[in-house]
Design a protein around this ligand. Structure first.
Ligand SMILES: Nc1ncnc2c1ncn2[C@@H]1O[C@H](COP(=O)(O)OP(=O)(O)OP(=O)(O)O)[C@@H](O)[C@H]1O
Length: 318
């Protein structure tokens, strides 16, 4: 069973399709990044997946059921981007209130509330009123509310927009713990570096349609670019490197060093590159697999609007 599966999902507002045949699939226990420019239809999609907005067409299955089904909703967590907090409540009261709405019993909440407060970094602050919380503390409280009832799927809309760098790392760790316990996370964020670090797969949307979806590796055309720096590059070493991967670029302009960019098909070919360098008597200064660059992909896709199914290689050009 997929955590989310949509087929040709549509939403029309005043004659204009803001979600226009959107098809995507999110597996259980997967962290999925949902990316797109302002107005692409991301929030509207999330609202349809939460059963808050009725689709105009197409189909959406969430945890195998309809989003409007209360039994499905009980297994969802949601952190909206703009949360309206009951400022007069303390952090604990807020979580007890949301926990009761989610169907948790008073006895369970007595242990669960301090546990989630601790998990989101608000341990010891639960007795203070939300009106006195900083923006970052409110975002942490909202996140606590989203994970309180042990959901199977959590929607996080810009979960770190108010957080400092330490808070961002902590939220990433929370997301990783959710994934480790089999919870799927649907992450909406404009912070692409963050998405790169935490997401298993991403979808790019524009004008209500998915332009492309897949793992970082798939989005890069299935290749792993590697930057290599050696002191010297003999023709024999170049040939040996060419047997391990595809040599895309060499730069010998700086005396005493040569930079080589290769494309590998598999990560486990990396040690063979080091072996080739040593085997040909050269000295190795750097061997760096290049991380997928979502920002380049995003700009290229969103500005170019390439259709789904065509791998983009320009994002990995040396
Ligand atoms: N209730 C509504 N009535 C009319 N139009 C709406 C409504 N909700 C959203 N829209 C329109 O649908 C389009 C998509 O909006 P949506 O909020 O889903 O985009 P988004 O991708 O989440 O954008 P952002 O990144 O800015 O949050 C926008 O043009 C918006 O004006």
């Amino acid at each position: 069973m997929a955590a989310i599966e949509t087929r040709e999902l549509r939403k029309v507002y005043r004659g204009r399709a803001v979600v226009d045949g959107l098809s995507l699939r999110v597996e259980e226990g997967e962290v999925f990044g949902f990316l797109g420019p302002n107005g692409a239809g991301k929030s509207t999609t999330v609202k349809m997946l939460l059963g808050l907005v009725q689709p105009s067409g197409g189909e959406a299955l969430v945890l195998g059921g309809r989003p409007s089904d209360p039994a499905v909703r009980a297994r969802l967590g949601f952190l909206p981007e703009q949360f309206r907090f009951q400022t007069w409540m303390t952090g604990q009261e807020f979580l007890h209130f949301h926990g009761r709405l989610a169907g948790l019993g008073a006895a369970e909440l007595r242990t669960r509330v301090p546990e989630v407060l601790e998990e989101v970094g608000l341990g010891g602050r639960g007795g203070e009123t939300l009106g006195g919380y900083s923006k970052g503390m409110l975002q942490r409280a909202g996140l606590a509310g989203a994970i309180l009832a042990r959901p199977r799927l959590v929607f996080l809309d810009e979960p770190t927009s108010a957080l400092d760098p330490i808070g961002r790392v902590e939220v990433r760790e929370i997301i990783e713990r959710l994934r480790a316990s089999g919870v799927a996370v649907f992450l909406n964020s404009h912070l692409l570096s963050e998405v790169e670090q935490v997401c298993d797969r991403v979808a790019f949307v524009k004008a209500g349609r998915v332009l492309r979806q897949g793992s970082m590796r798939e989005l890069m055309g299935g290749v792993l670019p590697v930057d290599l720096r050696v002191d010297t590059l003999s023709p024999e070493l170049l040939a040996a490197l060419g047997r391990v991967g595809e040599v895309r670029h060499t730069d010998a302009h700086t005396p005493g060093r040569v930079d080589v960019t290769l494309w590998l098909e598999r990560e486990d070919a990396l040690p063979a590159l080091a072996d080739a360098v040593h085997g040909h008597g050269a000295r190795l200064y750097a061997l760096s697999p290049r991380r997928p660059d979502l920002e380049t992909m995003f700009l290229e896709l969103i500005e170019g609007g390439a259709p789904q199914g065509q791998p983009s290689r320009s994002a990995v050009h040396a």
